[in-house]
Design a protein around this ligand. Structure first.
Ligand SMILES: O=C1O[C@H](COP(=O)(O)O)[C@@H](O)[C@H](O)[C@H]1O
Length: 260
């Protein structure tokens, strides 16, 4: 487990811009070192804010978009093209404006796709897609993603792992179907904590007053079943990217005094 590092920005706009700049640098560095990069996207306000900031950044042209693998941490199990699907929102915020290789865009299945309305079969299909992409050096059933992004919900959920629901207790499967999510829609697909922890770096995003309680709980030693965000960490780095409002309840010693 890597200890969380906390970076606090003035407001949510600056947080999104700084996170976008950080992500561009990570992708460019990975592509320079290995020829390609892999990123797991998140849905939600902060994840989409980051993508919009990336779309607006002139530095986005430093990325070779055709050599980027994109995966999703979770998806709302809805028909293809539904406006509430995370992939639809990501396309609108960024993906439709860059030259991605469609074969490298690994959206989670839709409820009107090959598996029909069977969310468990859809989750299994996504797990199989991840397993095919994993290399022997990844030592597991999912790739060692360069960066895995997670928005933190006001109830401490990450991806579609909600407090106390069975998905957050999963220790074997990499992807699961979720039913009864307290945030609509109730049926979702999610990476599990073991899949999330396969990433080299996990970045958790939270901005706004309504996230302050969740951030304080997750960073104060809570258990992952009660506070799923507490169980999200990367192999090499776990980075919490916050704005001042979301960090309001944290003890000041948790982040450096130099944070503007
Ligand atoms: O429903 C979801 O919510 C979380 C958090 O979203 P936010 O709007 O509160 O920031 C998100 O990370 C997840 O991907 C999404 O499906």
């Amino acid at each position: 487990m890597t200890a969380p590092q906390v970076v606090v920005h003035r407001d949510k706009e600056l947080m999104a811009q700084a996170a976008a700049a950080r992500l561009i640098t990570k992708i460019v560095d990975a592509q320079a070192a290995r020829g390609s990069a892999s990123v797991v996207l998140t849905g939600g306000r902060n994840g989409n804010g980051l993508l919009a900031a990336l779309a607006a950044s002139p530095a986005r042209d430093a990325v070779d978009w055709s050599r980027l693998d994109l995966w999703w941490g979770d998806e709302r199990f809805l028909p293809e093209g539904h406006p509430d699907r995370n992939v639809t929102q990501a396309r609108e915020a960024l993906l439709d404006t860059v030259e991605l290789d469609p074969a490298r865009v690994h959206a989670m299945p839709a409820s009107d796709g090959a598996n029909g309305g069977d969310v468990d079969a859809a989750a299994e299909a996504y797990a199989a897609e991840l397993a095919r992409a994993a290399r022997p050096e990844n030592h597991g059933a999912v790739p060692s993603f360069d960066v895995l992004l997670l928005g933190v919900g006001p109830d401490t959920h990450v991806a579609s792992l909600f407090p106390e629901l069975p998905a957050v207790r999963e220790t074997e499967r990499m992807v699961v179907g979720v039913r009864g999510a307290p945030k609509p829609p109730p049926v979702r697909i999610s990476l599990t904590l073991p899949a999330i922890r396969a990433a080299q770096e996990v970045w958790l995003l939270a901005a706004g007053e309504d996230k302050a309680r969740a951030v304080t709980i997750a960073l104060s030693g809570a258990g992952e079943v009660q506070a799923p965000a507490a169980g999200a960490y990367g192999r090499r780095r776990t980075l919490w990217l916050l704005d001042r409002a979301a960090a309001a309840g944290l003890p000041r010693e948790l982040y450096p005094p130099a944070s503007p």
